[in-house]
Write a protein that binds this ligand. Structure first.
Ligand code: ATP
Length: 321
């Protein structure tokens, strides 16, 4: 099996491991006429991963006629609790790339089958962009498997049709995102950051959190400069002080226990702690890897599950064979 960066050649199976994200900074600038919220946010990938595997079975996948008759089959590990049909974001991503390339446009049902499998580990509806990560992984995997040659720039454009965080997940790393979140610019960062990731099994719906935000929050004037400077300097302590999320007040309004859980991470000595995105995941910044494990133990009973994570965690990682 070979890794990303090898020369292009036909492949029969592609595996893409994709990281989740946390928001180090998020401010809501207002609501657009179409109801979407305008954001300024700093996103960074963190080392909790999903994996999407794609391979082709059946007749002549290399032949243009075979490609036009391509069928799609989707499976996932049974424990994930996300849709296993066309509603799954990985399948929606596959349909977008099929529409773009013409693969699967013939409906005679006698072509080869692309089997897409999702191994889900990123917590669901947790503010960690798990669905967006899976969509990005499916785009990257199918572009590679089918030799479609779209490349990351075009995939990012297609990704914007699938959700606000999907273009970021196609690239990974650290980005400043504006608009609804789809306009992203990579951010210069130094060093790595160690986190405790406090997971709650009861999900929180992103639209519900935005509705609560509209009811309970007052717009803030917060700017991302302090977070961006801390990242440029590789200064974990300054980053801990600068972490900011306007949606936190809304998530904690819907789920008051999150305030105590966040406080528990701070009381245990984290450099900073905040609700990630729309929650309910709460992340705490540790001084180093050892400190992250110490914090994990200290708040183990406060959350349903606590992981340690490293950021930035790169982007989609591709293996082919
Ligand atoms: P974000 O941080 O981008 O707001 P999130 O982490 O809060 O997202 P997701 O885990 O992406 O939320 O799930 C959001 C919704 O999308 C859930 O209701 C889930 O059922 C649905 N969904 C569809 N496909 C997937 C997928 N592959 N993985 C996760 N959720 C999916």
């Amino acid at each position: 099996m070979s890794r990303d960066g090898d020369e292009h050649r036909p492949v029969s199976r592609v595996r893409v491991r994709v990281p989740s994200k946390i928001n180090l900074f998020l401010t809501v600038r207002g609501v657009r006429p179409d109801g979407y919220h305008e954001l300024v946010t700093v996103l960074q990938t963190v080392s909790l991963y999903d994996t999407v595997t794609a391979h082709v079975e059946g007749p002549s996948a290399q032949h243009p006629a075979g490609r036009r008759s391509m069928q799609l089959d989707f499976t996932q590990d049974g424990t994930s609790g996300v849709p296993d049909d066309e509603a799954n974001l990985a399948v929606r991503a596959a349909r977008v790339i099929m529409a773009e390339t013409g693969f699967g446009s013939a409906t005679n049902g006698c072509g080869p089958t692309t089997r897409l499998h999702l191994d889900k580990h990123i917590p669901v509806a947790a503010g960690m962009a798990g669905g967006s990560a899976d969509a990005a992984a499916a785009l990257v995997a199918l572009d590679e498997l089918w030799g479609a040659g779209l490349g990351r720039a075009r995939l990012r454009e297609l990704a914007a049709e699938l959700g606000a965080d999907v273009p970021f997940c196609v690239s990974g790393g650290t980005a400043l995102a504006t608009g609804t979140g789809t306009a992203t610019a990579q951010v210069l960062t130094r060093g790595s950051y160690h986190w405790v990731v406090g997971i709650s099994d009861t999900p929180l719906s992103t639209p519900d959190v935005y509705r609560a935000y509209d009811e309970v929050a007052t717009p803030s004037e917060a700017e991302p400069d302090a977070v961006l400077q801390a990242l440029r300097n590789g200064d974990a302590e300054a980053l801990g002080d600068a972490l900011h999320n306007d949606l936190q007040v809304a998530a904690e309004h819907l789920r008051p226990e999150l305030t105590e859980r966040r406080q528990a991470i701070l009381d245990a000595g984290a450099l900073g702690a905040l609700v990630s995105g729309s929650g309910p995941t709460v992340v705490g910044l540790a001084e180093n890897a050892q400190d992250a494990v110490r914090l994990q133990r200290a708040v183990a009973d406060v959350f349903d599950r606590v992981e340690v994570g490293l950021s930035p965690a790169g982007g989609p990682d591709v293996w082919r064979d």
